[in-house]
Design a protein around this ligand. Structure first.
Ligand code: NIG
Ligand code: FE
Length: 419
């Protein structure tokens, strides 16, 4: 299918080939073409430029052609679809009861201690069939797609037995077939210690290492491995052992780190060549130093900090110190029951003082990097996949995070097809 988009108010994130992430001060510069055209063919971006140069371009021959779908984007922005590099979209039911407890004053950890939290979702998931899980997840995927997401990473971690973790990962494999979105799967057996292993955490870690990882890897069900490395969950030492075992099967880490404390998770992630370390509410000078010498993407999840009323990660310190930053939704039933990346952008601006240019980089190219798809997605570059947002008419790109709460996505193009 061929698509020609004309009169685009501003075509955002038009990166040169080969730029795989944006760091530090570079995040405040957003490459863009105003009054632009864009040509898409066979699912890929084939060319772009300024409208005044269109007549002299090789693309004029497609204008008015019967097999070219033409879109007039006057007044609208076209940009890469969001790459949401951290979600838990496969889950059973919901946990609004805990939400009520939270309003009454209980903390995330107190709720978890009472059998709520991740273990509550694990119980629900164990009694839910793969078909039902798939159906629930598909409707969440359709929702986030309508809000601008074009690629998403999905974790297991509500199974917590070998069978149920495999069930979650098979569900994600099914979603890869059914959904037009680009999806990556992450094995998160070390999300919490299940009831059966209460007071026997070491035995559960051993089960992950000896049984879960070999079976998951044996069936090729996961792209990455994750551990919830935090106070009350898994220690840095346990995390290191799990990551070492996963590395033998070629599974690169993307870990939950420093959400609840200075857990050592960031340093452990960096040491094990993590693709990303995520959350990072507890990040100081030491952690920033460790990240600066690495290829690991710090990935911030302001939806979780908002929902749990925690202090936000120090995004300004990170960016001003030269680090790249990615933003993701953490869409899950306990700490962030929303996959709305537009809302994440607004939260990042207001609560972490990131600038509109920075949040757009963080949710597109840096998000793509954090899920290992930066070669094919995350920017408008010739040869990359055409996963794009066409916005409603907006005065400028700063309007996107500014007008929080309304959907500014008018149309999505996924794999070069309007939807
Ligand atoms: O990313 N931090 C750990 N895991 C999830 C929460 C999962 C849950 O409460 O169900 C998170 O916030
Ligand atoms: Fe998470």
């Amino acid at each position: 299918m061929k698509i020609l988009i004309r009169n685009i108010r501003s075509l955002l994130q038009t990166q040169q080939e080969g730029v795989d992430k944006v760091c530090g001060a570079d995040m405040s510069v957003l490459p863009a073409i105003d009054n632009a055209y864009l040509f898409i063919d066979g699912g890929l971006v084939k060319g772009m430029g300024r409208m005044e140069d269109f007549a002299g371009s090789g693309f004029t021959k497609y204008a008015g052609h019967s097999d070219v779908h033409e879109i007039d984007a006057a007044g609208k922005i076209v940009m890469p679809a969001f790459c949401d590099a951290h979600t838990h979209i496969v889950y059973a039911g919901s946990r609004e009861i805990e939400y009520i407890d939270k309003i009454r004053g209980l903390s995330y950890e107190e709720i978890a201690k009472r059998g709520g939290g991740i273990l509550n979702s694990a119980r629900k998931l164990q009694n839910t069939s793969e078909a039902e899980l798939t159906e629930q997840a598909i409707s969440r995927l359709e929702e986030i797609q309508s809000l601008g997401t074009g690629a998403v990473e999905i974790k297991s971690g509500y199974g917590l037995t070998t069978g149920s973790e495999m069930k979650m990962l098979r569900t994600i494999r099914k979603l890869k077939e059914l959904s037009p979105l680009t999806i990556k799967a992450t094995f998160l057996g070390a999300h919490a210690v299940p009831d059966e292993y209460k007071h026997r955490q070491q035995a559960y870690v051993q089960l992950i290492i000896d049984e879960m990882i070999p079976r998951v890897a044996g069936e090729g069900l996961a792209d990455y491995v994750d551990v919830f490395c935090d106070r009350g969950f898994f220690t840095a030492e346990e995390t290191g052992r799990i990551l070492e075992a996963a590395a033998k099967y070629g599974l690169q880490p993307k870990i939950h780190a420093n959400e609840l404390d200075f857990s050592g998770g960031i340093q452990t992630g960096v040491k094990h060549n993590a693709l990303s370390v995520d959350h990072l509410e507890f990040t100081g000078e030491e952690e920033i130093k460790a990240l600066l010498g690495s290829q690991t993407m710090p990935t911030l999840l302001p939806g979780a900090a908002f929902f749990l009323e925690m202090d936000y990660p120090p995004a300004r310190k990170m960016i001003d110190g030269g680090l790249p930053v990615a933003l993701a939704s953490d869409y899950n039933p306990g700490s962030s029951p929303s996959g709305n990346m537009q809302l994440i952008l607004s939260l990042a601006c207001i609560k972490m003082k990131m600038m509109p240019e920075e949040v757009i980089h963080a949710a597109t190219l840096n998000g793509a990097y954090a899920m290992g798809v930066e070669k094919e997605l995350g920017s408008i570059s010739t040869g990359k996949k055409a996963n794009l947002i066409i916005t409603t008419p907006v005065p400028s790109y700063a309007f996107l995070p500014y007008a929080y709460g309304s959907n500014k996505v008018e149309k999505m193009i996924i794999n070069g097809r309007p939807c």
